[in-house]
Structures are given as C-alpha cells and as structure tokens.
Ligand binder design. Structure first.
Ligand code: NDP
Length: 474
C-alpha cells in the first residue's frame, strides 16, 4: 500500500487484503457465504515482523508527541473516509448488523478512539520540588507492543490497544483472532495509508503465533483481550522475559435492580446492556438480579421490548441483532440454555434455536425463575441469553454479585442515585454503571479486577500503561 492510496470502497479494501485461494477461507457467520481469504502467517513471519518493529520504532519514538498525534489524527480521518467499507467488512465477517450498536458504530468508534487518545494531557509530573530534592516523572516508550485481540469487536478492540501504544512512541505487532482476521487486516491497511511503514504490522495466524508474540524477548508489552484461560497462558509464557501485560479478560457482569426502579424506564438500557452485539461483549450484563416487588414487571417490560428487536443477516439494514460469531460460541450458549430449561427455569422468550437454518443464530432468550447457582447464571454465556434471578434482600443480591472470581463490570438500577452509588461501591467490579450497563468512554479508565484481568485501558491511566515511567531526580 502506498501512502497516497485510499481504500474507501468495500471492493478496494477487500482486494487490498485478500490472500487469494491459498489463504484461509473466512465465511459470514449469518449466511455461510465466503467473505474472503486470510493469509496464514507462521511463527517465523511473526518474529520477522517483531524485528522490523524494533527497527522502525526508533524513528517513531524520535518524533515529538505532537507529530505522532498528527499522524494518528490523520489515521482517524482515513478510518472515517473508509468507514462504510470497514463497517461492511466487519458486518460480513463478525456477523453484527450494520445498524443498532453494530458495525457502523464499531467503525465510528475506531476513529473516535484514535482522536480522543491524542487529546489526553500527559505532561511531565513534578512529584517533589522543595529546594533540596527535585523529582520529575516522564513516560518513555516501551519499545515493541504486541496486541492480541478477540473476535467480538475485532476492529474496535484493536484500536483500543494500538492507539495509546502508538501515541506513546511504541511500534505495534497485532495478532487478530483466527475468526475475524479480515476486518483487522482491513483496519490496519487503512491506518497504514497514513502511518510510517513498519510501525504498525499485523500477523495472522493461530494460537501458536499469539504464543510466539508473548515469548518473543524483543516484545516489551502484551495488550490482550480475550478469555481468562488464554490470559493465564500469556501471563505464564511472558514471565521469562518479564513483559508488561494489560489483561482484559472475560467477565460475568451482574446487574442489581433495586425495588424503586421504574421497570418501563429501565427496560431499554437493560436490554442493550445485555444484548449489545448479541451478548458477545466482555462487559455485557450477563446475570440480572431483580427485587421481588418489581420482578414480574421488569420481566414483562424486558420481554415486550426484546420481542421487537429484529435479528438477522448483518447486511440487512433493518436488523439490530445478528448471529453468534462461531460454532464454539453457539454451542456454549446452547448448552447453558438447555441446562437452564432442564432445571425448570421459565423461558420468557426464545430458547429454541432452529438448528437446520443457516447461520449461528440463537434467538433472543430471557429466562426467569432461575436458581442463583444455575450454570447460565454462574458461567459466562457470551451470547443472547439473559438469566433473571429474583431476590428479596439487597444484601443477598450484593453477595450473589460478588461471589464469582471475575469482576469486569456491574450495574445498579434505581430511581435514587445516592442509594445506587452506595450499593455500587460495594460491588467487586472494575466499573459499576448506574441505570445503564457497559458503556465505555475513551476518557474513562476501564479494566477488570479478580480474574477479569489487570491494568486499565483508556484515559491518561491507559496511556501511562503503554509507557515506562522514568524519574529524573536532580
Ligand atoms: P481466546 O482467549 O482463545 O482468544 C483470544 C485471542 O488470543 C485470539 O487472538 C487467539 O488466537 C489468541 N490466543 C489463543 N491462544 C493463545 C496463546 N496461547 N497465546 C497468545 N494468544 C493466544 O478467546 P476465544 O476466541 O477462544 O473465546 C473463548 C471465550 O473467551 C469466549 O467464550 C468468551 O467467553 C471469552 N471471550 C472474551 C472476550 C472479551 O472481550 N473479554 C472476547 C472474546 C472471547 P486464535 O483465535 O488464533 O486462537
């Protein structure tokens, strides 16, 4: 790709990244249709990309912060210009609809995150200056950063990882999920119409390529979003080279609806909190605890709303929910819903996929009167099936919310903001939203506690995580 080319149509974008028949075929999870072919890079390719990154990082780090931000803002312009093409690519590959909080939203967020990441003020910090001691902290680049991402929001999560890394003067090697490599390749191709050659590369391969990135001694940091199991492996394999890590792992976010909430008013935010991206979102609402006094009303409002939300092929403009991205995820959701049904829980909506229809579609499913220890409640479903648990005492709901070994997000729903904040402060999660769930903001730090990971993304705190502090003392 030359620096002057643009990739503003879907056909041009696909032509620029398609590896041809020798590559791995990628299919639309809604229809089974071929989207394109991804290259199959090897572990040797990965190590070569890291060597290039080491070399190219030196000049990138020599630029001023303002010069790097100028590049990133121009990269945001390029993403905006290619927005419709990128949205189509991620819709076809990942399955999410163009509309709703879907593919267009994802492409738009990529540009927003690039710009806002450059707007944070990261000036040097004078921590002591008392006439005797003068200590000033600055953040230097780490060097080469590895960015390993998942298949649910492939482009957006990649930008979350690479935008702060690049601003801080690092070079980046991206390893996308095997399920959604094309959209990440497309995004990187667009960014590289602007960025200097070699500071941002993508290597496509399986878990072995990801593992090689986490053992390569020249990589100073891994930004990882994905499952807790893989996060654990990365922590182990990166230990020998003492890499820095930001781990954004799975969660099983609880929502607690207090008795004074208005069921009709909260229904829409509850719905999107749980069903954004058809439930395939790390910080989606995955188990809902509702006070007995308004339990039936909340179930009714949620069901009425959910019934109206069209699910189907991503490229059809009317849809706002899509398929699951892959068979593995379909099987997880299917198993958990079957177990819930077998336990005697009440299916308010959905629960019955058409196994013969094309695509990995699982209908929007609401399950009530479910036991608090049912697998659908205590395991992460990562799909469109929400268990709704009844409670009578808020202490019991807080205890249920806190009983798992994960803590990414959570939410409290109430008409009384002060009371909601008090309950929120007692929930063990990296973020607790009030009267909404899952909204992220490039200015606000975001990260998990417990086995949902460590390190934060976004905001000034996120930027600092992509640098190494240096104290000048004297
Ligand atoms: P994984 O954690 O397996 O994959 C995430 C990324 O890590 C992929 O790019 C993957 O590559 C890569 N990877 C796999 N093995 C290694 C390794 N040993 N070292 C370095 N990188 C590696 O997630 P899955 O896609 O398998 O999804 C499984 C579950 O994870 C889901 O059911 C869901 O619960 C959760 N999940 C959470 C997400 C989140 O946003 N927090 C996002 C997606 C999934 P490759 O795909 O090539 O194997």
């Amino acid at each position: 790709m030359t620096q002057t080319q643009t990739l503003n149509t879907y056909a041009d974008l696909l032509a620029a990244i398609d590896a041809g028949e020798s590559g791995r075929a990628i299919h639309d999870p809604a229809t089974g249709e071929l989207v394109g072919h991804a290259p199959e890079h090897t572990v040797d390719d990965l190590h070569r990309a890291v060597d290039t990154a080491v070399e190219k990082q030196r000049d990138w780090a020599k630029l001023t912060d303002a010069e790097r931000c100028e590049y990133l803002n121009r990269a945001a312009d390029a993403v905006e210009a290619a927005g419709e093409a990128l949205a189509e690519l991620v819709s076809r590959e990942q399955g999410k609809p163009l509309n709703g909080p879907g593919a267009r939203f994802e492409a738009g967020a990529c540009a927003t995150w690039l710009r806002v990441t450059c707007s944070h003020d990261l000036s040097e910090e004078t921590v002591v200056d008392d006439g005797e001691t003068r200590a000033v902290v600055n953040y230097r680049p780490i060097g080469v950063v590895g960015a390993i991402g998942p298949w649910n929001w492939p482009m957006m999560i990649t930008v979350w990882q690479i935008a702060p890394a690049l601003r801080m003067g690092n070079a980046v090697v991206v390893k996308p999920s095997e399920y959604t490599p094309l959209s990440v390749l497309g995004l990187v191709e667009v960014l590289n119409t602007v960025l200097p050659e070699g500071v941002l590369q993508v290597v496509v391969g399986g878990g072995d390529v990801g593992a090689a990135l986490s053992t390569n001694e020249q990589v100073g940091k891994i930004m990882f979003t994905g499952s807790t199991a893989t996060g654990r492996k990365i922590a182990e394999s990166s230990a020998a080279s003492v890499k820095r890590l930001t781990l954004e792992l799975g969660g099983n976010d609880a929502g607690i609806v207090l008795e004074d909430a208005d069921p009709r008013e909260i229904a829409e935010n509850l719905f999107w909190g749980a069903f954004i991206n058809t439930g395939q979102t790390c910080a989606a609402l995955k188990r809902l605890y509702v006070h007995d006094s308004i339990y039936d009303a909340v179930c009714e409002e949620l069901t009425k709303l959910a019934e109206q939300m069209p699910m189907g092929v991503g490229m059809d403009e009317q849809n706002v929910l899509g398929p699951l991205q892959n068979q593995m995820q379909f099987d997880i959701v299917d198993r958990l819903v079957k177990e819930a049904k077998a336990s005697g829980a009440k299916v308010l909506l959905g629960g019955d996929p058409d196994y013969d229809a094309p695509g990995y579609f699982f209908p929007t499913t609401l399950i009530a009167d479910i036991d608090a220890d049912n697998p659908l409640v205590v395991e992460e479903q990562f799909g469109p099936a929400l268990p709704i648990v009844r409670y009578t005492d808020v202490e019991e709901a807080i205890a249920q919310a806190n009983k798992l070994n994960v803590g990414l997000g959570a939410s409290v729903w109430s008409a009384d903001l002060e009371r909601a904040r008090e309950v929120a402060a007692r929930i063990e999660a990296g973020t607790v939203w009030i009267n909404s769930h899952g909204g992220v903001d490039p200015r606000v730090p975001f990260g998990g506690i417990k086995q949902s990971g460590y390190g934060v993304e976004f905001g000034v705190a996120g930027l600092k995580g992509l640098g190494v502090p240096q104290v000048i003392n004297g």
